[in-house]
Design a protein around this ligand. Sequence first.
Ligand code: NAD
Length: 384
Amino acid sequence: MHLAFRPAALTAPQPLCYHCPGSSSVSVSEQDIPGIALIGCGGMAAHYRDSYTSIPGTAYRLVVDADAALARSVAKQLAVPRSSADWRDALAPDIRIADISTPNHLHAEQATALLAAGKHVLLQKPMAPTVPECTQIVEAARASRVTAGVYMSDLEDPLVWDLREMVRGGHLGAISSVRGRYAHRGGLRAQPAVTNWRGSAEKTGGGSFIQLSLHHTNLLSWILGERIASVMAYSANRMCPNIGGDDTTAAVCEFAGGAPGVFESAWNADGTLLEIFGSEGRVRVFGGQGSAAEVVVGRPFTTGRVVRAEEPGKVVRVPACGDLRAHCRRDNPLNQHVAFVEAVLAGREPQVTAETGRYDVAVAKAVYASAEQGRRIAITEMLA
Ligand SMILES: NC(=O)c1ccc[n+]([C@@H]2O[C@H](COP(=O)([O-])OP(=O)(O)OC[C@H]3O[C@@H](n4cnc5c(N)ncnc54)[C@H](O)[C@@H]3O)[C@@H](O)[C@H]2O)c1
C-alpha cells in the first residue's frame, strides 16, 4: 500500500488530544496547548502560512525566517506572538509541531533536530536531497515516537480524490498506463546559483525531475495504490545554465502491478499534463493543480466531489477548480497543513508519511542514476 507505513505514535511530548472523550474536563494552561512553528515563511509558504491560524486545540506561536524582517512582518500580519531568524527557536518546549518550508538542503538538519526534541514535523517536498538524509529523518521520527510527514500540494485538489476513487472503483477498467508531464519555464528565468538554491544540484537533490515530476510520481502512485518499482530514463540540462542538474528529463517507470508510467519534467518549456488510460475509460488533466479535465468512464461515476460522469463512453468536461494559491487557503476542507495538524492531534498517520517521502526521493534518484548509467534501475537499489 502506498501510504501504509505505521501508526503515528504520539508520545514525546504527549500532545493533548482534544478529540478524546474526557479531554474537555482537563484544565489546560496556555503552555500545554500544542504550539505550532513555521520555519521558512517566504516563497511557497507565502501561499499557505495563514493555514495554522485558529486550528482548534493549537496555538500558532512562532514564525521563523532567515530574513528576520520578513519573519517579523509575517508574525505581525498573522498575530503570531513570536518571530525569529533562527530555526532553533522552534526547539522551545511550547512548540510541538513544526512546518519546515526552507530550501531542500536544510530539511535534514532542521527536521532531525526537531524530531529528536520530540516535535512533530511536516516537510515540504522533496523531503531531502538524498535518500540517506531522508532515512535520517525517518529514523529520527521513529526513535522519538513522533510524526514526520510530507506536504504534497496536489492533495488539496478535489479532482485528484475523484480520480483515485474512479481508479480504485474500476470506473476506468483495468489501468493500462499513466502519463505525467510537469513543466514550466521558470528555469529560463532562474538567477545564478549564488543567489538561487535551485542553481545547485546538491542543494535540490537533482534538478527539474526531483523538483517537479516528484509531484506526479507521488500523485499517480497514490491514485493507483501502487509504488513505482523500476525506472529507465534520459536526463540533461539543455537550456538553463542557472539551474543545477537537469532542465529536461523523461522517464519510463514500471509500477508494482506492471502498468507503465511515462514521466517528463522540464524547467524550459510550459505544458503540464496528467493522463490515466484504462481498458474502459480515460482521464486527461490539462495542466497542474486545479486544472480542467476530460473524463470518459466505463461505469457511471456519480459520487465525486467535482466529477459527475453518468454515461459510459461519453466525454465529460470537468471545469477548472482553483489553483495552488486557492487550494492553499485555510478554508479548503482538503488543506493539507491543517490535515497534518489534525492527524497529529488525533494520533492518526499523516496523509503522506515520511516513509513515502523517502520512497519518492528514491524514485527521483533512480531516474538520475538510470540516465547516467544507461540501464534500468530498481528503486530497491536506491533504498539499500
Ligand atoms: N507545490 C509545492 O508543494 C512547492 C512549491 C514550491 C516549493 N516547494 C518546496 O518548498 C520548499 C521551499 O521552497 P521555496 O520555493 O519556498 O523557496 P524560497 O527560496 O522561495 O523560500 C525559502 C524561504 O526559506 C527561508 N530560509 C532560507 N534559509 C533558512 C533558514 N536556515 N532558516 C529559516 N528560513 C530560511 C528564506 O529566507 C525564504 O523565505 C522547498 O523544499 C521546495 O521544494 C513546494
